[in-house]
Ligand binder design. Sequence first.
Ligand code: 9D3
Length: 250
Amino acid sequence: MRFDVITLFPELFGPHQRVGITRRAYDSGALELKLWPLREHADDAYRRVDDRPFGGGPGMVMLAEPLQRALAAVRRERGGAPVPLVHFSPSGEPLTQAHVERFASGPGAVLLCARYEGVDQRFIDAEVDLELSLGDYVLSGGELPALVLLDAVARLLPGVLSEASHQHESFSDDLLEGPHYSRPEVLATAAGAQAVPPVLLSGHHAEIARWRREQALRVTAARRPELIARARARGRLSAQDEAFLRSLQL
Ligand code: 9D3
């Protein structure tokens, strides 16, 4: 699958292609990335890609015409196959694992990384298929959100992660994951000796599974109560889960 990224800062994408499991996705050819430096599509000697907003106000707006030329170059190289144009914007819909799964099973996308205050709305109206936000905090541009999408897609591609690693994903069953422990059985910390929860050393697989389920319910109820409501609405909470939730001091 191929992603084309229109950006003023193509250098930001290098390290992602060189480390960890994402490197495996790029090296295997499962994930192909082409960067399109927007300044190459400016039309004046100053390589201008932004200007002041009509109507006044702070900041600068990304010009539509360099974006039109960059997109035309991308579409020319990709041939006729339709591919969605995704614009990363603070006004977009929040990126979710459902978006990620849709991209992972599709042909890829063109990713537009905005800088400045935003993009001329006429380009968005004419060309953009989907506007995505990373969440309610202010970033300096769309490059990190684009990397987040690429990262989340890369690990779903065939041969990138072992099959088993996909099964127990947080969000795959609507709950956050509970805690994990490994050696040593007793850890010295500033707060004193911290033992592993004894049930994990008991060898009772059913009890361990039940304890892990309860930890997931506990941490989810405390931090993300809306995920408990969603799991309930989807019929994913058993009578035993509900009894445990009632026993928590919420
Ligand atoms: C004062 C109005 N600001 C909007 C919240 C202006 C503004 C700030 C930062 C406009 C653009 C940006 C740059 N941010 C992104 O391009 C961006 C972003 C983000 O800031 N937060 C979460 N997701 C995203 S996706 C792209």
